[in-house]
Each structure stands twice: as structure tokens, then as C-alpha cells.
Write a protein that binds this ligand. Structure first.
Ligand code: FE2
Ligand code: FE2
Length: 198
């Protein structure tokens, strides 16, 4: 496996605090960088979860919640075309664009075991917590005739225990991320289900 360790803990420049991209700019970048439809669904799902969590659980305003959503939307932007440069490629891009360091750091810490960056802020921790778990819940929805409709916590927990199901989803990352966020895996699953019925 390629070594994806980023070799640093600080990202971006403090003087760029508050600088975000517009929704249109993010959409254009994702259009250019991601051709894989499944990855597109994944980043949209994580972006929506991040936004909803920021608004509902952290009580943040629209502007701050957009930063959370942006981190979710862009966290895997480089995975499709540059898997060997995941996630240094998107970090470099955002640093060049003078984007808020909070957003860049959240992206950099979405897989501490791979990128060697410890999640620090709540934004960092929630991105890590939603990433793998939402992938597993989504895989489960695809095998259910009704998709997300009527999905229950118990069903997801069963799949979580079943190692062969969505085997590429790291159960250890899910456990570790929930622990770091201080939220039970059960509560995280409930939140993911509740925000995916649309
Ligand atoms: Fe990733
Ligand atoms: Fe991801």
C-alpha cells in the first residue's frame, strides 16, 4: 500500500481564516476531479451529514455549517484520479486557493491511520466519524429493496458485525472515530439513518 502519511500536523495559513469556496466553485472542482458516480454519491452524503450535524447538534450558523459541508464534499476529491496522492493533492489545491485552515485540517485528519494527522476540532472528529460509517450504511441501503426507507439501527449493527459485508469499510476506524468524537456508534448510526431518507 502506498504511504499516504502527510508528514505534518498544520495546514493552511491562519490569515485565511473565514475564506471558503462558493458552492458553485466546489461543484465545478468536483465535476472536474471526480468521474466515479459512487464516489460522487459518497462525498455528497458526507457533506450533507456534516452540514446537518453542524446546524442541528452544534447550533452553528449557515456560514460555519458550510465550512463543515465543504470539508465533507472535498475530503475525497482527489481519490478518483490521484489515489497515490490522497489527500495531499486536495490539500495543496486548497492551500493555493487560500482557504480557511480549519477546513483543510479537517480534510487532512479524516483518516489518522493513513495520513498521520490527529483529529483535533469537532469538525475534524465528525468528518472522521461519518466517513466510513456512512459508507457502510449506504452499502446496506443498496441491498435493501426499499433503500433507506424503514431502515433500522439493528439492521445496520448486524452488518457492522458481519465482517464480509462491505469488507473494505474499516470497522476499527468506525470504532476509533466514535470514541474520539465521544459519541456512541449507535447514536451515529441513528443520525446517519435519520438524515438519509430524502
Ligand atoms: Fe478518504
Ligand atoms: Fe471518504
Amino acid at each position: 500500500m502506498t504511504n499516504l502519511d502527510l508528514g505534518r500536523q498544520e495546514f493552511g495559513d491562519e490569515k485565511n481564516a473565514g475564506n471558503a469556496m462558493t458552492r458553485l466553485e466546489v461543484a465545478a472542482l468536483l465535476d472536474q476531479w471526480i468521474t466515479n458516480e459512487r464516489l460522487r454519491v459518497h462525498v455528497n452524503q458526507v457533506g450533507k451529514l456534516m452540514y446537518s450535524w453542524a446546524r442541528e447538534q452544534e447550533g452553528l450558523d449557515e456560514e460555519s455549517a458550510w465550512k463543515w459541508e465543504m470539508a465533507g464534499l472535498l475530503h475525497d476529491a482527489d481519490w478518483d484520479q490521484w489515489p497515490d496522492q490522497h489527500c495531499s493533492k486536495i490539500i495543496g489545491e486548497l492551500e493555493n486557493r487560500n482557504i480557511d485552515p480549519e477546513i483543510i485540517r479537517a480534510i487532512a485528519s479524516h483518516g489518522p491511520a493513513y495520513f498521520g494527522v490527529e483529529p483535533r476540532t469537532k469538525m475534524d472528529k465528525m468528518l472522521y466519524a461519518f466517513d466510513e460509517l456512512s459508507g457502510l450504511v449506504h452499502a446496506y441501503s443498496l441491498m435493501r429493496p426499499e433503500g433507506y426507507l424503514g431502515m433500522e439501527l439493528k439492521g445496520v449493527q448486524k452488518r457492522l458485525k458481519e465482517k464480509s459485508f462491505a469488507a473494505n469499510v474499516s470497522r476499527e476506524d468506525i470504532r476509533d472515530a466514535a470514541e474520539r468524537a465521544g459519541i456512541s456508534v449507535e447514536d451515529l448510526i441513528r443520525f446517519v439513518i435519520a438524515h438519509q431518507t430524502a
